[in-house]
Design a protein around this ligand. Structure first.
Ligand SMILES: [Zn+2]
Length: 100
């Protein structure tokens, strides 16, 4: 049931004091900040995956040029496989793997 004063969910009746309301609101704010931080991390991870994919696409485009030697292909296929298996880019690792 929401507290009639602050609107936060309570396990029973309203919070006993205004101080309690503030404490709960602060807690909610902290949880919200954690949520936002996590969402930002996830967005960053998604951005890194997208970057890795774009780098791969660029490599594929490069390999598709007729003058490129065929030896470049197996490494590229390995990276595509890794990417498809989701073994790429926990935050901070993307760049290192891209350069490999
Ligand atoms: Zn309250």
């Amino acid at each position: 049931m929401p507290c009639s004063r602050c609107g936060e969910e309570t396990s029973g009746p309203d919070h006993q004091s205004l101080q309690d309301c503030f404490d709960f609101l602060r807690l909610s704010l902290t949880q919200l900040n954690v949520y936002v931080a996590r969402a930002e991390l996830e967005a960053e991870a998604a951005r890194r995956r997208a970057d890795a994919l774009m780098a791969l696409l660029q490599q594929i485009a490069d390999v598709a040029r007729p003058e490129v030697e065929p030896a470049a292909l197996p490494a590229l296929v390995r990276r595509i496989r890794k990417l498809a298996l989701g073994q790429v880019s926990p935050p901070g690792e993307a760049e290192r793997r891209v350069r490999r």
